[in-house]
Design a binder for this molecule. Structure first.
Ligand code: PLP
Length: 381
């Protein structure tokens, strides 16, 4: 029997754990590094927590069920997940990556992966002829959609078509939408990435990362890597993810409702010059987003009339903190130019539209009238 999404958030693909032990409803935190073996050659299925831990395994089962994968692997952070995944590639391999990605991913590719002999083309996958960048040694296409922070929408099915024709992996960082709104594996992706720190955890209280796949071969290779590089998620953090995910549908709906109200407000503010949100009818990514996701999410970016106003807003909000991160219960304002994208070369940053007048907002689940009031007051300058 296959359960609906909201049920999977609580039970994964079924309530199959701990029925015969204590009946605990909350999945236990197995705070153990190692496990006793019954005898030589026999194992309980758990040998050492770097390889696997029951609490981590439960978090992985739930996330795999939500994305429709056969396996999910939980890492200590989103970047730990991406770093381990890059070990699938070898010196001389070439990857096509979107030009407007999370700044940490760009930093990893340009400073660590390149040093390891991996080659990149950073391409605007929402508008460029991506297929023309495929070379003999190309191994993968890496995208986010919508992109961070400019909210460009990339056509996942189209990228999957290119990947299939040339035998490449399609890797999708699905952090911004979460599986509640978008399931890239169903659209042809091979690996889905999450910063579990964001919507999956959902409470700005822990860091986590996930890799999800529908391929047994990729799962086997990633399992080898997680036990080898040793960046698996701790039992307590796994428990926080399990708990956070239970309310994912409720939080996503409420945060999206708040984002839509804020977009409406910002579009009518004369000092706000542009609002980037894929849910604005007629905007560049609207139709594609509608065709591949069941919602538009709760992330939005806006440009105000001056740098001075942007800085003023960041120090003037009373409710909304000026802080990195996204996807939690608290609405957060971010300044990409000096925060998330500070390490992106200035030329790339400006080309992508990340000026010093651009602010990114992650809508939380507070009352929307309080959020609008806070922004309205901060815009008085
Ligand atoms: C935050 C983020 C990451 C990195 O995740 P961490 O958990 O902070 O390491 C990767 N991709 C996207 C889109 C993110 O927002």
């Amino acid at each position: 029997m296959s359960y609906a999404f909201a049920t999977k958030c609580i039970y994964g693909n079924g309530r199959d754990y701990d029925k015969d032990l204590t009946g605990a409803i909350s999945f236990p935190i197995y705070q153990t590094a190692t496990y006793a073996h019954p005898e030589v050659g026999r194992s309980t299925g758990f040998d050492y927590s770097r390889l696997q831990n029951p609490t981590r395994q439960q978090a992985e089962k739930v996330v795999a069920a939500l994305e429709g994968g056969i396996d999910a692997l939980a890492f200590s952070t989103g970047m730990a997940a991406i770093t381990a995944m890059m070990e699938l590639f070898s010196p001389g391999d070439h990857l096509i990556t979107d030009a407007d990605l999370y700044g940490g991913s760009i930093r990893l590719f340009d400073n660590v992966s390149r040093k390891n002999g991996i080659e990149f083309d950073h391409v605007d996958c929402s508008s460029a002829d991506v297929e023309s960048y495929v070379r003999e040694n190309t191994r993968a296409i890496f995208i986010e959609t919508p992109t961070n922070p400019m909210m460009n929408v990339v056509d996942i099915r189209k990228m999957a078509g290119i990947a299939k024709r040339h035998g490449l992996l399609l890797i999708v960082d699905n952090t911004f939408m979460s599986p509640y709104f978008q399931k890239p594996l169903e659209l042809g992706a091979d690996i889905v990435i999450h910063s579990g720190t964001k919507f999956l955890g959902g409470h700005n209280d822990t860091l986590a990362g996930f890799l999800v796949t529908g391929s047994q071969e990729i799962s086997d290779r990633l399992r080898f890597l997680i036990k080898t590089v040793g960046s698996g998620l701790s039992p307590f953090d796994s428990w926080l993810i399990i708990r956070g995910v239970k309310t994912l549908p409720l939080r996503m709906e409420k945060a999206q409702e708040n984002a839509k109200a804020l977009v409406e407000f910002l579009l009518n503010e004369p000092k706000v010059k542009r609002v980037y949100y894929p849910g604005i009818p007629g905007s560049r990514g609207y139709e594609i987003c509608k065709g591949q996701a069941s919602g538009f999410g709760s992330m939005l970016t806006f440009e105000v009339e001056s740098r001075e106003l942007a800085l003023h807003i960041l120090k003037s909000t009373r409710l909304i903190p000026f802080a990195e991160s996204l996807g939690g219960t608290e609405t957060l304002l971010t300044y990409p130019a000096t925060q998330t994208h500070a390490d992106v070369p200035e030329e790339t940053r400006i080309r992508n539209g990340i000026t010093d007048r651009v602010l990114r907002l992650s809508a939380g689940i507070e009352d929307k009238a309080d959020l609008i009031e806070d922004l309205k007051n901060a815009l008085v300058f």
